[in-house]
Design a binder for this molecule. Structure first.
Ligand code: C2G
Length: 131
């Protein structure tokens, strides 16, 4: 069982997120998503989400590529998550290129996947404001 983990807010779920999750799952057999909690988003990421953690979790759990959703509550939890969840590969969009290379010290592969162009939660919000 090759276990992959990824992290994110996944607000206003869109096809860029789905593309990421599909490719992350293809790196193994089991995909864990560490989903940013409402507190982590507002206090540490400066993000105000449209959907709550529970709503974002429900959406992710409905995706065929996702096997488990856990909370992301801090920047520091990644190292211990790799061991607690027996992770083989950490994957995330290449907007984070290089930022998580330190996880190789925990014995996991680190993969940065190209972002899907032309779509983002921010862009969706902005275009809706204009209508
Ligand atoms: N993503 C993508 N293409 C897009 C938009 C997003 O591939 N057009 C990817 C991001 O690179 C990320 C994932 O989808 O891997 C989730 O995106 P966000 O919710 O914006 O995640 P982020 O806020 O970057 O959270 O500790 C890590 C952070 O929690 C990552």
């Amino acid at each position: 069982m090759r276990r992959v983990i990824t992290y994110g807010t996944f607000d206003l779920l869109h096809y860029g997120h789905i593309n990421l999750l599909k490719r992350a799952k293809a790196l193994g057999d089991y995909l864990i998503v560490a989903l940013s909690t409402d507190e982590f988003n507002s206090l540490m990421k400066g993000k105000h989400t449209y959907f709550s953690y529970e709503q974002r979790k429900q959406l992710l759990e409905a995706i065929r590529y996702v096997d488990l959703v856990i909370p992301e509550e801090s920047w520091e939890q990644k190292r211990s998550d790799m061991h607690e969840y027996h992770v083989d590969t950490f994957a995330i969009g290449d907007d984070w290129e290089g930022k998580f290379d330190f996880l190789k010290e925990e014995g996991v592969n680190v993969v940065y996947l190209p972002r899907t162009p032309e779509i983002s939660t921010t862009q969706i919000k902005e275009s809706l404001h204009k209508k």
